[in-house]
Design a protein around this ligand. Structure first.
Ligand SMILES: Cc1cc2nc3c(=O)[nH]c(=O)nc-3n(C[C@H](O)[C@H](O)[C@H](O)COP(=O)(O)O)c2cc1C
Length: 195
């Protein structure tokens, strides 16, 4: 597996402050470049809905699990900061049978995206699954189990894309271990997890 100089060694099991688990929070519109420019769609979540422990994390790339919950709401539209209208469909088209609503592996960026020169921090999740539809307006609950690397600036878009693909491989490899995968159950519905 590719190891980069910037990679933090992944321990055998989550080490404090991990695992961190969130409540369900809103999926809001980012700038939309993740999907359009990078081919790596991300779900942005409002920082103020996250536990303080997430805000205290150093800027960088993390991994864990995430679960989406559709919201019963009429489809709407919002105008994004780049002037484009975005359909807010509250995950109404996601399919349980395709695994869209399962507990799925995630890589997430907590940072200012130096490649794009943002001057504020965002938390963006790339859920590792082949979704056929968007899910703006839905809710997502996730946990963070480990740190992969600091966020970096890049000279090309291709280098950023390549690094995110390596992050995905690193996350999937770490989650193969039972000491990490056992934390999938943190996101189970309460009725299912009470034994
Ligand atoms: C796993 C992952 C790693 C990322 N690493 C970096 C990074 O090192 N540097 C950076 O500038 N942006 C990084 N990003 C953020 C992307 O630049 C971001 O997803 C992109 O700006 C799209 O955001 P938008 O959809 O809000 O436009 C990362 C995103 C993800 C999901």
């Amino acid at each position: 597996m590719t190891r980069r100089k910037s990679d933090h060694p992944i321990p055998e099991k989550p080490e404090p402050p991990f695992p961190i688990v969130t409540d369900f929070c809103d999926i809001v519109c980012g700038f939309g470049r993740g999907s359009a420019e990078l081919g790596i769609p991300t779900a942005n979540v409002p920082i103020e809905q996250l536990p303080k422990s997430v805000n205290d994390l150093k800027l960088g790339v993390y991994f864990g699990y995430a679960k989406i919950k559709p919201v019963e709401h009429e489809v709407g539209t919002v105008t994004r900061s780049d002037g484009r209208d975005v359909r807010i469909d509250y995950a109404r088209d996601l399919k349980k049978d395709s695994g869209d609503l399962s507990i799925l592996p995630v890589v997430l960026s907590v940072g200012k995206n130096p490649f794009y020169g943002n001057d504020f921090k965002t938390v963006e999740l790339h859920i590792i699954h082949n979704f056929k539809d968007d899910f703006y307006g839905a809710k997502v609950k996730f946990n963070i189990l480990g740190y992969i690397r600091p966020e970096l600036d890049y000279t090309t878009k291709e280098a950023l894309i390549e690094d995110i693909h390596i992050d995905i491989t690193t996350a999937l490899k770490a989650l193969e271990s039972r000491d990490f995968s056992v934390y999938q159950s943190q996101l189970k519905d309460q009725e299912l997890s009470s034994r």
